[in-house]
Design a protein around this ligand. Structure first.
Ligand code: ME8
Length: 661
């Protein structure tokens, strides 16, 4: 079996690492852990991109030689990763000798194949991007990234025949729907290819202008363009072409933010193809972390330092927040308020409280030993079933890089376990002397908590180990065997009666909200649904009780249509209506803070478990309706064909609360 291999961008060392760099690298770490839980060998490559104008200028500004400068900042990146609990990676530098030789070898190969040529060229050069822009690519004469006027330069340079590979790239993207994901970035690249603005790529810089780069093997008066050099780190970090690691790991996949979509989606596949190498499997593209609702920048003073956050809130709560808050592909806003909110609600109240109450009850009723369960009741079976479906959903969504939704599915289980404690009331069973029933309830809780702890390993490795340790399990994450998630889904058992567990637990102390620093004052961007005033809502043709359309719908004008508040949301809980066979009861997250309860006549067509994690479209400003004792605060949209109702959702994943028009 081939290894799972993923890369982060090779970060520029012109600035110190911040939250955005930390996020990409944490995602790589979590994906590697997740794949190891599936029995695969897995690791990732990260590193520092050290050549080029930008670095040279930053070094000059700092009064250092480029070498002194890159050594210092590269060291900061390198030292950061272990502080964030990141493991199983190689750190590569583009100034490493092996890398330099590798790049020269590929340049020579592409040159020999006739795909690099020498030509006189005049163009608009942006120093920020370190590249030429064509007239068509400029926006109002400015570089679209830096909004600065590029310098017009005329010089002789080497060019890579990228245009030759564009038709192939287009058909590859069309034939492989998940080559670039999420979908919105795939569409963006296809549109870019269709726009016809891409030409051959200038891949050299004359030494008269820049010396800080890799010398071209076929012309010592030139150095290599920094992107051609940096992208090749993804291969050079594996060793020479066709070495054992290369064969096991390549083709691998990449992780980038949307800022560097084009070099990864266009330049890189073309370079690989020209060098006769297989193209990567997936390009996973995430959005930006915003701070105070704008992109982080030194001049705005809104840069979030991940180390500061970890010192203040510990590694795992910080990691949890990042994975739970950002819907992969969309932008997300960072604020300490939102971080503290998640710590107190999801971690302290839900998860921490579960561990604390169950372990202290086990200490009291069974001297901190896992009891032998007896006959299961219906409520116990429901938890066992929910445990399997939550883990299955978690695994599927995590594998599809939908981390926020995966965690939400796991929290459906965590919250259900807390409710199960309340409904089964172990303290009352103890009082009644019903030790058989008490043993079963406590066993179900402890065994399900073990499953939650296992699932959390990719996101919160330290806490996952602490939880497993408290449950009497071997919990050294660095020593194989790593928990095998698929086996764990298949069987609820796995926790043995008689195992000694901790007498108490305090995993996530609540954070007091006072005293957070400046950055926290940023309002969380949250994809909030702004609800229109209910009074303005005009009546609209409703669906009947079964959710089927009424026969004749009156025509409405656009103004009336605009009063219907339709939004995208994610189903986070689904269950059968206790009193109506055809109705499912959903709790749906529309980004409003608390999820909404909506009822729908879908029980004949879907099981509750298969809908958890699904995105749906719904009308929110429909008058609340009571259906057999339960209130529905809105209506999910469905389509009817051949007497079958099908849920309607967005084609690509959208932030919860996105409005539908
Ligand atoms: O582009 N939100 O390096 P770079 C989320 N050297 N992620 C962010 C972010 C933000 N606000 N800011 C940065 C380069 N990132 C090249 C890459 S690869 C062969 C060469 C993360 O230091 C994100 O992963 O500018 C983004 O793509 C990357 O840092 C850009 O890093």
């Amino acid at each position: 079996m081939s290894d799972f291999y993923v890369t982060t961008p090779i970060y520029y060392v012109n600035a110190r690492p911040h939250l955005g760099h930390a996020y990409s690298t944490l995602v790589a770490d979590a994906l590697v852990r997740f794949h190891r839980m599936q029995g695969e060998n897995a690791f990732f490559v990260t590193g520092s991109d050290e050549h080029g104008d930008k670095i040279m200028r930053s070094a000059e500004k700092n009064g250092q030689t480029p070498r002194e400068f890159v050594d210092a900042i590269s060291g900061e990146f390198r030292r950061l990763w272990p502080e964030l609990g990141i493991d199983n990676y190689r750190f590569a530098r583009t100034t490493d000798d092996d890398h330099v030789r590798f790049v020269q070898k590929i340049l020579q190969r592409v040159y020999d194949a006739g795909d690099i040529y020498f030509a006189e060229f005049s163009g608009h050069y942006c120093y920020g991007c370190e590249r030429f822009y064509t007239e068509k690519e400029l926006e109002n004469g400015l570089c679209p990234q830096h909004l600065a006027k590029p310098e017009f330069i005329s010089e002789k340079n080497y060019f890579f025949r990228m245009s030759k590979y564009l038709p192939w790239i287009k058909s590859h993207i069309e034939e492989h729907p998940d080559f670039i994901r999420p979908e919105r970035y795939r569409s963006e690249v296809l549109a870019m290819l269709d726009a016809g603005v891409l030409e051959d790529l200038c891949i050299s810089r004359p030494k008269s202008r820049l010396t800080w780069g890799i010398e071209l093997p076929f012309d010592t008066d030139y150095v290599c363009y920094v992107w051609f050099d940096a992208l090749l780190t993804y291969l050079s970090a594996l060793g020479p072409l066709n070495c054992e690691d290369f064969k096991r790991c390549w083709p691998g996949e990449h992780l980038v933010a949307k800022d560097i979509l084009k070099p990864h989606a266009v330049f890189w596949p073309a370079i690989l193809k020209a060098a006769g190498l297989p193209v990567y499997t997936h390009l996973n593209v995430h959005g930006y972390w915003l701070s105070r609702n704008t992109k982080m920048s030194k001049s705005l003073g809104n840069v979030v330092d991940p180390l500061e956050m970890v010192k203040k809130y510990a590694i795992d709560p910080f990691r949890y927040f990042l994975f739970r808050e950002m819907h992969f592909g969309s932008d997300a806003s960072f604020s300490e308020e939102a971080l503290v909110g998640r710590i107190n609600a999801d971690l302290a109240n839900d998860l921490g409280n579960l561990f604390s109450r169950v372990l202290s009850m086990t200490a009291k009723y069974f001297s901190s030993h896992v009891p032998q369960p007896c006959k299961r009741h219906e409520a116990d079976d429901a938890i066992v079933e929910l445990c399997a479906s939550s883990m299955r959903n978690f695994t599927q969504l995590f594998g599809k890089i939908q981390f926020a939704q995966a965690l939400e599915c796991l929290w459906v289980l965590v919250r259900a376990l807390n409710k199960y404690v309340d409904s089964q009331a172990p303290w009352a069973l103890y009082k009644q002397g019903n030790m058989e029933r008490l043993a079963t309830v406590m066993y179900i809780l402890l065994a399900a908590m073990r499953k939650v702890a296992l699932c959390l390993w990719p996101v919160m490795p330290v806490t996952s180990c602490r939880m497993l340790d408290q449950l009497g399990q071997t919990a050294d994450v660095k020593t194989p065997p790593v928990p095998q998630i698929n086996d764990e889904i298949a069987s609820f058992e796995g926790l043995y009666a008689g195992t000694e567990v901790a007498a108490q637990s305090n995993l996530f102390p609540r954070v007091e909200t006072e005293g957070a620093s400046e950055v926290k004052k940023a309002k969380p961007k949250e994809q909030k649904a702004v609800k229109p005033d209910r009074k303005q809502v005009a009546p609209r043709a409703e669906k009947n009780d079964e959710g089927t359309p009424a026969d004749v719908l009156p025509e409405i004008d656009f103004e009336a249509f605009k009063t219907v508040d339709m939004r995208v949301g994610t189903i986070i809980e689904a269950s059968k209506h206790p009193d109506a066979d055809r109705i499912l009861v959903f709790r749906i997250d529309f980004g409003e803070g608390a999820p909404r309860q909506i009822l729908s006549g879908l029980a004949e067509y879907y099981t509750p478990a298969e809908l958890v994690g699904r995105q749906v479209c719904a009308v929110l400003n429909l008058k609340p309706r009571k259906i057999r004792g339960l209130v529905s605060n809105g209506m999910v949209l469905t389509a009817l064909q051949d007497d079958k109702l099908t849920l309607i959702g967005p084609c690509t994943e959208m932030p919860n609360g996105s409005s539908i028009a």
